[in-house]
Design a protein around this ligand. Sequence first.
Ligand SMILES: C[S@@+](CC[C@H](N)C(=O)[O-])C[C@H]1O[C@@H](n2cnc3c(N)ncnc32)[C@H](O)[C@@H]1O
Length: 218
Amino acid sequence: MFNRNYSNRLFGRTRGRSKKKINLENYHKKVDKFKFKNFNEKSEYILDIGTGYGETSIFLAKQFPDKVVISCEKYIDGNIILLKNIQKNNINNIQLHNGNVYDVLERANKKHFNLVWIFFPDPWPKNRHAKRRLITSDFLIKLHKTLKKNSEIHIATDSKIYLRFILNSIYNCKEYFLWLNQSEMNLHIKDYHDIETKYYKKAINSQRKSSLFILRKL
Ligand SMILES: C[S@@+](CC[C@H](N)C(=O)[O-])C[C@H]1O[C@@H](n2cnc3c(N)ncnc32)[C@H](O)[C@@H]1O
């Protein structure tokens, strides 16, 4: 069980800026069809955290058809797009958690995950918001407990401030993870994964370099 302290509360928007009305009853009915309920002993899982418009979940579901991708996101406008793309692509191995990743981690009673992706987590660049950042050494250690042997965590960021913060978090839990691409940090995300998310494109348009950390469970 994880304590609900400041760092594991949810911050930020659940709706987009557009004034477009959403029928929430319909939305929740659709979410229910693909909802993550509980872990199944027979399934192998990938955890995709903060999926925005769901590009990473669709990508992972196609790349690993024998695994179940748990897509965690509270942003309703993004989940609507994800649900549309699940149907459009006839995908049957995504389970959506419309909320905080900590809810999923609380239900993990053993080592469930083969892979965890965290693409462009909110950087909260202002000092006074730093406590809101998802990636800390405590969080990585919590993930470690739910990871199978040799499984990986992939973290992408385009924020220089968050990059330093993540480096520090990795350093503080160096007995738990091997930083696989430590000597290749200048490589582009596209050198590893052929995917473009909304925030990846934003980084390119603003000429910000994106970095990908690949950690392997020790
Ligand atoms: C900057 S966006 C990145 C979205 C997407 N991964 C991309 O690359 O375009 C970060 C997302 O993480 C979600 N998020 C933040 N904290 C979360 C948490 N504790 N659990 C689940 N999602 C979270 C936010 O709602 C937001 O949509």
